[in-house]
Design a protein around this ligand. Sequence first.
Ligand code: HEC
Length: 186
Amino acid sequence: MGGEGAAENSSGELLSKAMLLGRAMLKRSILLVAIAILFAFQLVRGAAAVELDAETRTVPLNDDGDTIVLSLEQITTGRREFNTACASCHLAGVTRTNPNIDLSPEALELATPPLDNLAALVDYIKDPTSYDGAFDISEVHPATKSSDIFPKMRNLSEDDLEAIAGHILLQPKVNSSRWAGGKAFY
Ligand code: HEC
């Protein structure tokens, strides 16, 4: 009888120890989950560029001096489509096969016609010309006009083109030390 009681007792103790341990582990895993959620939230915030204020998101719209505030959706789309269609040659704003003609604000500004605004860049992606504006390069440079040669250009909508242009104009503002080898400034 006495032996049974002792066994009951120690199993009761064991149970309460196990419960304490369980509770401690639960607390710890809640803490870990909370930290993970916080961390993920920070990552998403960074990726979606939520912290970019309207002033940072403002880029030149045309050569009349009008400007446009890029939406967060345009920024996300612009990054994605640029990476898909352009980054193989223009990673981080450089031009792999012609380093002199990169995507820095400086080079864009000095092109003919100047490419330092959204409308001009959209035109360029449709129908690109040589740096001096003298001849059509759509057979050697990706263009929606020549999407028969450049399949990646086939499914880009007008909105996508504007978003890509926005990406090129925004990067030097948010990433100036890396874009086009750090040559960029506004
Ligand atoms: C196969 C490589 C390649 C790809 C892909 C490519 N480019 Fe280019 N890009 C070039 C080269 C080379 C030049 C220089 C052209 C010249 O000689 O005028 C250039 C020039 C440019 C310029 C002119 C830069 C300046 O300073 O005047 C812009 C703008 C541009 N590309 C945008 C784009 C965009 C947007 C995409 C994606 C839709 C893209 N490029 C895809 C190779 C590429």
